[in-house]
Design a protein around this ligand. Structure first.
Ligand code: HEM
Length: 448
């Protein structure tokens, strides 16, 4: 069988590097073995691919043969019910996607825009002026609040208990490092680490169930994602059950906030460490204003280039091979875990000229890069469901942020592993040099 070349060396050492230094591991494997290789993680191994034709083969494969839901079950099955779209495969997954996707399309964004901008202004108000602080924790809380307000509506006295249950679910369960360590998952009561995670998950399920019952008993106002999920139906008139809605709410919290906070932190670093990029963004904001997200075309290119340059998920799009199959010239045996080395794909010089340089302009020239060349959101039938939402959110948050504060980076961060993701070391230490006056056309000016 022509498997991709095997990376030699002790499996335990490969696992350690995978967990502590995924980018370094990928780069050294690519130098030695080229575009595709097999890591000794699990049996028969983790098969890693980074050539666009291989990436295309993975993203367009039969979704029953290369299964994404099953690949994720070992980790996310502990958090989410079996009705979650993240864990479904084949036909049931495709049906669910059809139902969910319209809720994330561009025209829905207007509903979320004012909430995203308001949460960003509140986050800016929490930043100390003139004193160093780590940006990541502030941004993590911001993206979580954005996700919750899109899902559940703005926080008020009556929704506060639900918000608290969801915040605990996001921070104490979904972001728990124990998810990656099945050997430590022992429920030894409420004070044991895994026991606490289990109780937080149960409380979140209970809180969402009660909210669904409450909303079923009143007319649907269509004012947030939960209302939309409760009223959505497919072309045959089939709608989601209460259990399915609950699992989707929890899925969106798991999938939709932490990764966005890491991307956002890298994006801020990419801008504030390059005066010429910051100056062009400032100029665009001056000319267009912070609210016309669609008109901020340079910022759009900066966001895409930052996601190319800094891979928060350097190895992603996990698929489990349920039968022997082929990817390009390589055989892949049943039971193998197949992954895309997104970091290596994004550094290929034949796609991205001088790939180690940060050049937003490459995203403003036609033809734009293809779906198997730029893949921070994965691809195919499993491409990130929240992609439009995330891009809109990233642009609106940075437009609001850079319109109001001048940030200075205090160090050159390293890329370090944080749970499932790669983030800037130290959470990106920054200082607010000065607050900027609100621009003409901004909400404060209009309110004045
Ligand atoms: C910049 C931020 C984000 C990045 C980089 C990102 C990236 C990804 C990636 C790599 C996948 C896996 C794709 C694959 O397996 O091929 C994914 C899946 C998913 N993402 Fe995102 N994501 C982001 C934000 C969001 C947001 C804001 C939401 C929700 C509003 C979201 C919801 C989902 C869901 C539900 C899936 C599962 C899709 C499926 O299995 O069909 N993501 N995302």
């Amino acid at each position: 069988m022509a498997w991709p070349p095997t990376v030699h060396g002790p499996a335990a050492y490969q696992k350690l590097r995978f967990l502590t230094s995924p980018i370094g591991l990928l780069e050294s494997c690519a130098r030695r073995h080229g575009d595709a290789f097999r890591l000794l993680l699990g049996r028969p191994g983790l098969f890693v691919f980074s050539r666009p034709d291989h990436v295309k083969a993975i993203y367009t494969a039969d979704t029953e043969v290369l299964r994404a839901g099953e690949a994720k079950r070992a980790i996310f099955g502990r958090l989410l019910g079996g009705a979650s779209s993240l864990l479904l495969d084949g036909e049931p997954h495709l049906r669910r996607r059809k139902l969910l996707l319209p809720q994330f399309k561009g025209e829905r964004m207007a509903m979320y825009a004012s909430r995203i901008a308001a949460e960003t202004r509140a986050a800016i108000a929490r930043m100390p002026v003139g004193q160093p602080f780590a940006l990541l924790p502030i941004v993590q809380s911001l993206t979580l609040r954005v996700m919750l307000s899109a899902l559940l509506g703005p926080e008020d006295a009556s929704s506060a208990p639900l918000w608290r249950a969801m915040e605990r679910f996001a921070t104490d369960a979904a972001s728990s490092r124990l998810l990656m360590a099945p050997a430590l998952q022992w429920d030894l009561g409420p004070y044991s680490p895994w026991g606490r995670v289990q109780r937080v998950v149960r409380a979140a399920n209970g809180a969402v169930e009660s909210e669904i019952q409450r909303r079923r008993a009143r007319p649907n106002e269509g004012r947030d994602l939960l209302d939309l999920l409760l009223s959505s139906s497919d072309e045959h008139g089939a709608s989601l059950t209460d259990a399915e809605v609950k699992d989707e709410v929890l899925t969106l919290v798991v999938a939709g906030h932490e990764i966005t906070s890491m991307v956002l932190t890298w994006l801020v670093h990419a801008v504030i460490s390059r005066p010429e990029v910051q100056a062009r963004i400032d100029g665009e904001l001056e000319a267009i204003g912070e609210h016309d997200v669609g008109g901020l075309t340079y910022l759009d290119s900066v966001v895409r280039e930052s996601m190319r340059f800094h891979s928060v998920v350097p190895i992603g799009s996990a698929r489990l091979a349920t039968e022997d199959t082929r990817i390009g010239e390589h055989d892949v045996p049943r039971g193998a875990m197949v992954n895309v080395a997104i970091h290596l794909l994004h550094r290929r010089p034949e796609i991205f000229e001088r790939p180690d340089e940060f050049r937003p302009e490459r995203f403003s020239v036609e033809p734009r890069v293809g779906p198997y060349e730029w893949a921070p959101f994965g691809g195919g039938a499993r491409r990130c469901l929240g992609m439009s939402f995330a891009l809109f959110e990233l642009k609106l948050i940075t437009a609001t942020l850079f319109s109001r504060v001048a940030l200075v980076g205090l160090e050159r961060p390293r890329a370090v592993r944080r749970g499932a993701f790669v983030a800037p070391s130290g959470g990106l230490r920054v200082v607010v040099k000065r607050l900027r006056a609100a621009r003409p056309g901004s909400s404060e000016r209009r309110a004045a």
